[in-house]
Design a protein around this ligand. Structure first.
Ligand code: 3HC
Length: 300
């Protein structure tokens, strides 16, 4: 009595990551490398198996560079338990959702998580742009719902954008901030507005690159080279759009357009057409550019 730590200061020990795609597997890797026990949940066994391969290879790069011992790499992989049943998440302290970017699907998941996880568990979403306040309103614990927006590839990108919903408590914000720092990230904090900070600024730039291509200002290569060499971005905006996924870019732009009501966020018809055609970017082998199966190189 009286010696029990308050929820706001309790260390996060067990983490669930929902969705074993690129983002989910990267987040699971970070949490495991920081010593947490991790439950990586996906309904697709093939996605889980791809995630384990990708995590092992990503940690393997660190071993090869001498930044991690083989034993620490093996321990991290062992700390990740792949599961397909949400019931396994009863004991976790933090859930990070990284599933498809659909408000309805995320809300359904949050309702389920709210029922299953222990009352003190924090429910975080890696959404790129969907309102945290609205996701929180689907649960009975809106003060424990928060946005944790990672950037692709999560093991490399230094940033986590934390989004406070209307009711997110200060204690939950502090816990998530310390956890983000513990996994090696720099934190920025955004209020709950469409696109938060980074996507609100990044997606209009990507959209503008599509407009430049659509209206014949320049070739895709010149647009990308211009932004790479002219502004020192690691990737040009069209290549970056392929890397993120054109469907994700389109969905974020629609959230910006609907939420902020300004035509400047209206998606370029060329982006819409590529998505309609299934040219979703690197993950599908075809976006603005074509990607060979075994190569990551960009082919015009
Ligand atoms: N795990 C571990 N290490 C990795 C890795 C991974 N998954 N991916 C890359 N690396 C390491 C490599 O080993 C290499 O390390 P080294 O320099 O010590 O040898 C380093 O990262 C660079 O990798 P590569 O040489 O393979 O390739 P690049 O130099 O082309 O870098 C990149 C790749 C880091 C992806 C770089 O092109 C980049 O920073 N691109 C921009 C990425 C970006 O903007 N992401 C944010 C997108 S927006 C977003 O995610 C938000 C969403 O809501 C839309």
């Amino acid at each position: 009595m009286g010696t029990q730590a308050a929820p706001a200061t309790r260390q996060i020990a067990a983490v669930a990551v929902i969705g074993a795609g690129q983002m989910g597997s990267g987040i699971a890797q970070l949490a495991a490398a920081a010593g947490c026990s991790v439950f990586l949940l996906d309904s697709d066994p093939a996605a889980l198996s791809r995630a384990v391969t990708s995590i092992s290879s990503s940690l393997g790069r660190l071993v090869a560079k001498g930044q991690l011992s083989q034993a620490a790499c093996d321990d991290s992989v062992k700390r990740i338990k792949c599961v397909s049943d949400v019931q396994e998440l009863r004991g976790v302290d933090l859930v990070i959702e990284a599933i498809v970017e659909s408000e309805d699907v995320k809300k359904k998941l949050f309702v389920e998580l709210d029922k299953i996880t222990k009352p003190s568990a924090i429910l975080a979403s890696n959404t790129s742009s969907i309102s945290i306040t609205r996701l929180a309103s689907a649960t009975s614990r809106p003060s424990q719902v928060i946005g944790m927006h990672f950037f692709n590839p999560p093991p490399i990108m230094k940033l986590v954008e934390i989004i406070r919903g209307a009711d997110t408590s200060e204690g939950v914000f502090s816990q998530v901030k310390s956890f983000s720092e513990r996994i090696g990230k720099v934190v920025i904090c955004s209020q709950d507005y469409p696109g938060f900070i980074v996507n609100r600024i990044l997606m209009p730039m990507i959209n503008e690159a599509f407009w430049a291509l659509y209206t014949g200002v320049a070739t895709k290569e010149d647009i990308d080279t211009g932004m790479k060499l002219g502004t020192n971005h690691p990737m040009g905006p069209l290549q970056l759009a392929d890397f993120i996924g054109l469907d994700v870019c389109l969905s974020v732009l629609r959230v910006l357009h609907n939420g902020l009501g300004d035509n400047k966020y209206s998606p370029c018809p060329l982006l819409v057409q590529y998505v309609d055609a299934g040219r979703l970017g690197k993950k599908r082998g075809q976006g603005v550019y074509s990607y060979g199966r075994s190569s990551s190189s960009v082919k015009p």
